[in-house]
Write a new protein. Structure first.
Ligand SMILES: Cc1cc2nc3c(=O)[nH]c(=O)nc-3n(C[C@H](O)[C@H](O)[C@H](O)COP(=O)(O)O)c2cc1C
Length: 177
């Protein structure tokens, strides 16, 4: 079974913890975990995998987390080919304090990897999230899994479980979960 590459960018450790939780759920033998800050060199790291879970929290006003900035810029210039790759996105945000730009980073990653040829899966209903605005909604759904450890940490575990269930349709390594 092909391994899943989990790559995350996290400033205060929230998305990192989520990434570790996801790895635990999937099983360590079925995935490799990369910190964008410590383990990422270039797009070839991503391209080793046909199945990717990419985590990115949102900072500034709807911006991607710092460790994703340069990689995204480089990929925009170099245009590596992600056709044949299946990608699902997750990331932390704050629907109250930053509810006007809720999890904006997910939309940025979505658009960029889609433009590079990837198949983006794992869109999540906006139902149950309270926020003012988000640039991460396409066709009425979040493009990935938003998690809010500031206001709704009690919902995180179930949200991850529901999302992994949803991903089974596109990630063969998850079918046995
Ligand atoms: C200065 C600042 C700006 C932020 N901007 C946003 C934002 O635009 N949208 C959002 O959803 N969350 C925003 N947040 C909330 C963070 O995304 C949230 O705290 C998250 O849990 C951080 O995850 P990390 O530790 O993985 O980086 C912001 C937080 C701070 C402190």
């Amino acid at each position: 079974m092909k391994k899943i590459g989990i790559f995350y960018g996290s400033t205060s450790g929230v998305t990192e913890e989520i990434a570790e939780k996801i790895m635990e759920e999937i099983g360590e033998e079925a995935c490799d975990l990369y910190s964008m800050e410590e383990d990422f060199d270039d797009a070839d790291d991503l391209l080793k995998y046909d199945y990717l879970l990419l985590g990115c929290s949102t900072w500034g006003a709807g911006e991607v987390q710092n460790d994703w900035r340069e990689p995204l810029f480089d990929m925009e210039v170099e245009k590596p080919d992600f056709s044949g790759k299946t990608i699902a996105l997750f990331g932390a945000g704050d629907c109250t304090g930053h509810g006007k730009h809720f999890v904006g980073a997910l939309g940025t990653l979505h658009d960029q990897f889609k433009a590079l040829g990837a198949k983006l899966v794992g869109a999540v209903s906006t139902a149950g999230y309270s926020f003012e605005a988000s640039t991460s909604i396409r066709e009425g759904k979040f493009v990935g899994l938003p998690l809010d450890e500031v206001n709704e940490s009690e919902k995180t575990e179930q949200r991850i479980a529901d999302w992994l269930e949803l991903l089974k349709a596109d990630f063969p390594a998850l079918a046995a979960l």
